[in-house]
Write a protein that binds this ligand. Structure first.
Ligand code: TXA
Ligand code: MG
Length: 322
């Protein structure tokens, strides 16, 4: 596996690998993705193999700008409105797909998830390669998403062709997913940095919140209850309360408290800022996983802004059965 920088020669090398049908891990503003040419079914299949991801779980297609949308999907009015407001950025839109998009990308659905990322390195890669890049988060299926190149190397290094190191991800939690395949009934499938309020305000229309649906065949398999999990068992405890921790368990508080000291105690945000907590959460969970704690106890975060997405991921991490 090659480790590439964001220097132009390295990005040209990454573009070449992708054009040749290889898989390359890439930084985005949310989490690192594992990218392949979206129009190359063999390359996309390699993503599923590398992640051990079931082929029933479709990929997000990343595009350089709104103009590229017509290569993969049928845009509609609300999609244009939201893309103009929030792209490039952490918003994924589910739209009716064009026949040219391979079945492997969309798990044979009639829809495709599309996102225009704003990370400068990913932007440059999309522009210089001229590709549309199918990319799920660059973690083994079910595990915590990576927010640094080192996370990718630690958990996927043996199964990918290259990683571009673009530094730590500035947001740290996966994109908001909105289903606009029926423009009369927009539905939020996954929470993220862009909130349901921000979206419904822009559309001037209420949105269905389907982020808590846990059917056997969820519209967004990111909705599977067990997902985003560290190997160490994890529980959430109410904000401001004390966990039922035993000696040696790891405890994660949102912000400092008088008792938040000790070698097993961690604070997500010294300044009590949810965005900082988002940037640090996945890194901390991965780090705690290497320490062989018996249990990780995480304080529920304030249920506002990006805190909604963090609580959602933590609930899923906590519901792991094994
Ligand atoms: O922030 C992100 O979205 C990151 C970065 C790399 O862009 N990507 C990401 O991809 O989180 P992934 O594959 O880990 O999660 C995408 C979710 C999955 O739960 C998938 O099932 C859902 O999007 N999805 C993809 N296509 C869909 C579709 N056509 N309809 C409904 N859900 C879809
Ligand atoms: Mg993922």
């Amino acid at each position: 596996m090659q480790i590439l920088s964001d220097a132009p020669a390295d990005l040209a090398q990454a573009a070449k690998l992708l054009q040749d049908g290889r898989i390359v891990a890439v930084p985005t503003e949310t989490v690192y993705g594992l990218a392949a040419d979206a129009f190359n079914p063999r390359a996309c299949r390699a993503i599923f193999t590398a992640k051990a991801r079931p082929s029933s779980d479709p990929l997000i297609v990343h595009i350089a700008d709104l103009g590229e949308l017509k290569r993969v999907a049928q845009p509609n009015e609300p999609a244009r409105t939201l893309a103009e407001a929030f792209w490039p950025g952490p918003l994924t839109l589910v739209l009716r797909k064009l026949p040219a998009v391979p079945d492997i990308v969309t798990a044979k659905l009639h829809t495709v998830a599309v996102r225009c990322p704003r990370h400068p390195v990913m932007q440059k890669l999309l522009q210089t390669s001229g590709l549309c890049l199918a990319a799920p988060s660059a973690n083994p299926f079910g595990y915590v998403s990576p927010t640094t190149a080192q996370h990718v190397i630690d958990s996927m290094g043996a199964s990918i062709d290259a990683v571009i190191d673009g530094g730590p991800c500035p947001i740290g939690v996966e994109s908001t997913i909105l289903d606009l395949s029926d423009p009369r009934r927009p539905a939020l499938l996954r929470s993220g940095a862009i909130t349901i309020e921000a979206l419904s305000e822009r559309l001037q229309q209420p949105l269905q919140d389907r982020t808590r649906e846990e059917s056997l065949h969820p519209a967004a398999p990111g909705q599977l209850p067990s997902h985003y999990s560290p190997h160490t068992p994890l529980s959430l405890f109410p904000s401001g309360a004390q966990p039922e921790a035993q000696h040696g368990d790891a405890i994660v508080y949102f912000q400092p408290r008088p008792d938040s000291t000790g070698k097993h105690v961690h604070v997500l945000s010294p300044s009590g800022d949810l965005e900082e907590a988002a940037r640090r959460l996945y890194s901390l969970l991965r780090e705690l996983d290497t320490r062989n704690a018996r249990h990780i106890w995480v304080e529920t975060l304030p249920q506002s802004g990006i805190g909604i997405a963090l609580n959602d991921r933590l609930r899923r991490a906590a519901s792991k059965v094994s």
